[in-house]
Design a protein around this ligand. Structure first.
Ligand code: AMP
Length: 200
């Protein structure tokens, strides 16, 4: 399955994506991780993107699209993958559509973890990281909302967006994710049966 996973900082996306890739046996395509790896390995592209990451700014689309395009060429992605931290802009969302269309592997579902900002602050304060101060947490949350809202709206218009209530225990949240993913898989199976019977 091809899945896009969206969610603000502190919503539990890291924990849930780890469980989801295990459940579906698909690779995890995290652009943040790919960028951090390029930096730590001293790759040329890493030198270029370092400043963007340090300032919490988005890396320019062409760099991200090159990285994702190359990753999708690798054989382990042929059965699908979980896109995490990507797409972050409308341009990236449209480019992903094109990548997947060329490969004939459409996106099955876009999951968006939903938390209320106050609960998010309380949750992050519990972690005690230096960038988890309430004002900074709210700033990160708002910047996610501003940057990612158009991407979520885009998928909503395509009928692909599923909002997941991310409040509750990790098990409760994962059960909701599983349900959304299972329903999307059933829908995809139904659609392909219809296409086959329309052809015959
Ligand atoms: P993340 O681990 O997803 O929170 O990403 C960490 C940082 O990497 C972000 O603050 C951005 O600077 C950069 N980044 C990750 N993914 C993207 C993306 N899809 N587009 C632009 N910048 C990205």
């Amino acid at each position: 399955m091809q899945i896009v996973f969206l969610g603000p900082p502190g919503a539990g996306k890291g924990t849930q994506s780890a469980r989801l890739i295990k459940y579906l046996s698909i690779p995890h395509l995290s652009t943040g991780e790919m960028l951090r790896k390029a930096i730590s390995e001293g790759q040329e592209i890493g030198e270029y993107v370092r400043g963007f990451l340090e300032h919490g700014q988005l890396v320019p689309d062409p760099v991200i699209l090159q990285l994702v395009g190359e990753r999708l060429e690798q054989p382990d992605c042929s059965a699908g993958c979980l896109f995490d931290g990507f797409p972050r802009t409308l341009k990236q969302a449209q480019a992903l559509d094109e990548f997947l269309q060329e490969r004939g592997t459409p996106l099955h579902v876009v999951l968006e973890l939903k938390v209320d900002p106050e609960a998010l602050v309380a949750r992050l304060l519990g972690r005690g990281r230096p960038d988890d101060q309430p004002e900074i947490v709210l700033k990160r949350f708002r910047s996610y909302e501003e940057q990612t809202r158009p991407v979520a709206d885009y998928y909503e218009r395509l009928g692909l967006l599923r909002s997941i209530d991310a409040m509750g225990t990790p098990d409760e949240v994962f059960a909701r994710i599983q349900k959304a993913v299972d329903e999307a898989a059933q829908q995809a199976a139904k659609n392909s049966t219809q296409v086959r019977s329309n052809r015959s």
